[in-house]
Ligand binder design. Structure first.
Ligand code: IPT
Length: 976
């Protein structure tokens, strides 16, 4: 047997022997899934192939089996990892940049299976072998006959197998190469993994059937009429029973309809039929336009509250179940997300069906990224090299043809991080010709000559504001500039959700809402792309770049999602939900009214129910329903407080908070009735009664001092409080750097400045300057600074005890010494208490962590949680868990004995079973080691989070400046 021609692997050609791309609508035609266990052999490269493996007679009995669809590197990673391990690289190519050549070490999967052609399989027509996604290049044989080859990992490929199928048993063989010329077009920031990762099927095409349809369904908001024209590849009949439509395909019908929007995803069931095939379609009528430089759907400007979504599952990688896709969308809808950019490739097609059904604006992005050429001045960039034109156009056509019937898809994106180029221009032109009904988007084409929206990523707030006013810096040439200035703007990526963060979301949202030109943005990114692992003793953790021994990798830059790898929402998603809530609720205690402003673009508030709640010192004393009329999109209404609310408000005598909640009135497809969409809360100014009563005097005792039930050592450090052993509190300026502190693109990161030899915030020493014990209390003056550093802080601790209240008060005065030309991570005190005080309760902001620039979602209330729940499990451990505006916090042991911390008026509160140093040292969650104590931080303030790991840092108003600061904290105990 002669060796097969392998030149296709490094050929620029997108494939051979393939069928023309089409939407491939589901129909009543015969189909056979070929998913399941296939025989599998992993060859090391093209030098190591199994000759003749495609022949029906080949005996693969000794081979392993592997599930199709699946990613071959995702198997048994805690064991032998028989098919290699995933590699994570962001921008750099994972192989030498020498297009179109790829390494000899080119893992190649050889797949084989047999199937029985069903006895009733039609004898006429054609039979296609369909692959939804194979990464990255592959060749296909049926019964030993080569059908062709393909590239374009996240796009479908079909081959005509008709002439090579036999009745009864058939053999299909597929050879899949990890690397190919196509890999140069797929340099996305994600795990580099391989295999037949989406479904495979055999589909029958009846003679006279409908291979393809293109439903054009527009909506005219002025008349309320929908216009429908369905093009079909064969003359067919179109019926839409609900609309009374029964016509020939190709004909244009205009009828009154309800439009489709992401908020009101109205779909009409239609059928396109010939004598031999019946194709059901779901049609949504909508019209996407740019008018006056504003992005509109159905004549109304829309605001995209979006996320970038990679397809990822911590156990199966890029292979997702339908349930996982639905789960993503349900989670998005429940968190007020209304738009998805399918970064950076077309998703599994079933995801788009769900977007149509549940309602989501989609930017469908082509499988194209050439980011690695950035490092070499974009020399030889395939997106700008005519040799790659066919490959680029092929990808665009396969996306558009597959997805053209989805109402949810409002824009075609040419790709990501390809700079600009002639091939992108050709793709844009092709898409506009083929589908004038959608807009064209391209990331990183700043001149925007051939696109319909001006799009950028990670733009800082001030620049965004200039863009919003159409006052941005001019682009290269006046004609282009004029064109661009007339375009709507989107942030196709912003607010990098890596680790703890992002901060500044609310500030972005304000700009989006202020400037009509800005159609919103897409947070980077939806999910942490961690890989689930287990320790020998069964503890779960999530792996990131470098955890599989990769030599070239980008570490935890892959865990930057709004949901953790296991899809639990991170605090960032909770924050985003509040920031983008589509209804704004204002509560005015002065004139006792509530304002409901409907920020939906289309839906009125008829689907919502409103409730109110009156809190007195964090405890609900009354609640009830609020009658509010349905408010039209974009409108607002003011309603008076109910009598019951006014009465409860007047009756309260502690700190008063009024809250109003907008919840779903009825079950939706994605959440149950009662699910909260939006809320408002107003907290009335409140001053606690001053602490009075005589002050106790400290007593000098052997080895230190005693003040009431408090015992201090000779250096004035609190050691025992009412019999409970404690250590500290002491000034603490340090936090385990968050990714946004740690990463600075090309500059000096904050963490580097903090750790600098001349600063040393991570290794502060405390020197006692003097201790005074007099009838006012115990005063300990200290200087806090690091070895080698000249700058420092004077910290004075003043302890007073009033026996009547049983509370020991600490007043801390902090004064910076020397020049502090950088913000502080935190400013507060840290102490240690016994581990058993595990039951946490607090009255303050919650329930999740909150930082200076990500605290919109924190609402005042009383909360309870065990210490474990006070930790946020970032894949790379880092500062987390601080609760904001805490009036009091309480740590109780199993006997009910408790330690209490009181604010004056409040503090930020963190409690962990490990030290900050332990948190910082751990590189994965399972490395965090619990100690026999709890570590409590009581902070006057913390520095914000920002988005510097990719984007702007902390805005000035959220920075923590080193300046004279004073704060007080009360310490008390309760007996069990
Ligand atoms: C940008 C990429 O488009 C995206 O894929 C991801 O890598 C993101 O950044 C960061 O996580 S590119 C960036 C270098 C501006």
């Amino acid at each position: 047997m002669s060796r097969t021609d392998m030149t296709y692997v490094e050929s620029l050609s997108p494939g051979s022997g393939r069928c023309a791309p089409r939407s491939a609508p589901a129909s009543d035609a015969a189909a056979l899934s070929l998913d399941g266990e296939w025989r599998f052999n992993l060859a090391a490269g093209l030098h190591d192939l199994t000759e003749g493996f495609e022949a029906p007679a080949f005996d693969a009995g000794g081979w392993d089996t592997l599930a199709v669809p699946s990613i071959w590197q995702m198997h048994d990673l805690d064991g032998e990892a028989p098919y290699g391990r995933p590699q994570y690289v962001n921008i750099h190519y994972p192989f030498p940049v020498d297009p179109p050549r790829v390494p000899d070490a080119n893992p190649t999967g050889e797949y084989r299976r047999t199937f029985t052609l069903p006895a009733d399989w039609p004898a006429t027509g054609r039979t296609l072998l369909r692959f939804e996604g194979v990464d990255s290049a592959f060749a296909v044989w049926v019964n030993g006959v080569r059908l062709g080859d393909g590239k374009g990992s996240r796009l479908p490929t079909e081959f005509d197998a008709t002439d090579h199928l036999v009745p009864g048993e058939n053999t299909v063989a597929v050879r899949v190469h990890q690397w190919s010329a196509g890999s140069y077009l797929e340099d996305q920031d994600t795990w580099r993994v391989s295999g037949i990762f989406r479904p495979v099927s055999l589909v029958h095409r009846p003679a006279g059937g409908i291979d393809d349809v293109f439903a054009h369904a527009d909506y005219d908001h002025a008349t309320g009429l929908g216009t429908l024209r369905v093009e079909a590849s064969a003359d067919a009949r179109l019926t839409v029973p609900e609309l009374g439509i029964d016509t020939a395909t190709g004909a244009t019908v205009t009828v009154p309809v309800e439009p489709w929007t992401a908020e009101t995803p109205r779909l009409y069931d239609a059928v396109v039929a010939t004598d031999s095939e019946r194709v059901p379609l779901r049609i949504g009528f909508r019209t996407v336009t740019v008018e006056g430089g504003v992005l509109k759907v159905n004549g109304t400007p829309i605001l995209l509250r979006g996320v970038n979504r990679h397809e990822w599952d911590p156990d199966t990688g890029r292979t997702l179940t339908l349930e996982t896709m639905r789960r993503d969308l349900e989670l998005m809808k429940r968190h007020n997300v209304n738009a998805v950019r399918t970064s950076h490739y077309p998703p599994d097609r079933r995801f788009l069906d769900l977007c149509d059904e549940l309602g989501m604006w989609v930017i469908d992005e082509c499988d194209l990224e050439t980011h690695g050429f950035y490092f070499y001045g974009w020399r030889n960039n395939p997106a700008d090299d005519p040799q790659w034109r066919e490959a680029c156009l092929d990808r665009m056509a396969r996306m558009v043809e597959r997805d053209k019937n989805h109402a949810s898809v409002v824009m075609w994106s040419l790709g990501n991080e390809c700079k600009a180029g002639v091939n992108l221009e050709a793709m844009a032109a092709w898409a506009k010709r083929r589908d004038p009904g959608r807009l064209v988007h391209s990331e990183s084409d700043y001149d925007s000559g051939y696109v319909d929206v001006y799009s950028m990523m990670y733009v800082p707030h001030d620049e965004l504001e200039r863009i919003g006013r159409r006052e941005e810096e001019p682009t290269s040439d006046p004609a282009l500039d004029e064109h661009r200035r007339g375009l709507p703007f989107i942030l196709c990526e912003y607010a990098h959700a890596m680790g703890n963060g992002p901060g500044g979301l609310a500030d972005y949202q304000r700009l989006f809402e202020q400037h009509e030109r800005i159609a919103g943005g897409f947070v980077w990114e939806w999910i942490d792309q961690g890989i689930r692992r287990r320790t020998g003793d069964g503890r779960e953790w999530f792996a990131y770049g470098g955890d599989f021994g990769e030599t070239l990798h980008d570490a935890n830059f892959i865990t930057d999602g709004l949901v953790f790898s296991d899809r639990t929402p991170s605090p960032a998603l909770v924050e985003y939900k509040k920031v983008i809530e589509p209804v704004r609720i204002g509560i005015d205690p002065a004139d006792r009214t509530i304002t409901v402003a409907n920020g939906h673009d289309f839906a009125d508030t008829g689907h919502l129910r409103f409730t109110w709640r009156m809190d007195d010192d964090g405890a609900a004393i009354a609640q009830g329903d609020l009658e509010a009329p349905a408010v039209a999109a974009g409108a607002s209404v003011q309603v008076p407080w109910t009598e019951a609310l006014a009465k409860a408000f007047d009756a309260a005598n502690g700190e008063r908070a009024v809250s109003v909640h907008a919840v779903l009135a009825r079950d939706a497809a994605w959440a149950e009735a009662g699910h909260e969409i939006a809320w408002g809360q107003v907290v009335l100014p409140y001053t606690a009664a001053p602490v009075v009563g005589p002050v106790a005097s400290p007593v000098a005792v052997a080895g230190g001092y005693r003040l009431g039930g408090a015992e201090f050592d000779a250096l004035g450090r609190l050691r025992v409080l009412d019999g409970v052993e404690v250590a500290g509190p002491q000034l603490d300026l340090w936090r385990a750097p968050v990714d946004n502190d740690r990463i600075a693109w090309g500059g000096t990161s904050l963490a580097e400045r903090w750790r600098h030899r001349n600063a040393g915030l991570d290794r502060l020493e405390h020197k006692v300057l003097g201790i005074t014990a007099d009838d006012r209390g115990l005063t300990v003056a200290t200087r806090v600074g690091a070895a080698g550093a000249e700058i420092g802080m004077l910290a004075e601790y003043e302890w007073t005890y009033r026996p009547e209240s049983g509370v020991l008060w600490l007043h801390v005065a902090v004064n910076p010494l020397g020049e502090w030309d950088f913000p502080l991570p935190r400013l507060g005190v840290r102490l240690a208490v016994p581990r058993e005080y595990d039951a946490v309760a607090w009255f303050g902001g919650g329930p999740e962590e909150a930082y200076a620039d990500s605290r919109t979602a924190a609402r005042l209330g009383r909360y309870e949680a065990p210490v474990a729940r006070m930790q946020t499990p970032y894949a790379l451990p880092q500062e987390n868990g601080s609760r904001t505006d805490v009036r009091w916090a309480r740590l109780a042991n199993p006997d009910g004995a408790a330690l209490r911390f009181l604010g004056a008026p409040h503090f930020a509160f963190t409690v962990r079973p490990w030290t900050t140093e332990g948190l910082e040292a751990a590189t994965h969650t399972h490395e965090l080691v619990e100690r026999d104590r709890l570590y409590v931080n009581l902070d006057a303030a913390l520095h914000g989070l920002g988005s510097a790991s990719c984007g702007p840092g902390v805005l000035p108003q959220y920075q923590l400046r080193a300046e004279p600061t004073a704060f007080s904290i009360g310490f008390g105990t309760e007996r069990g």
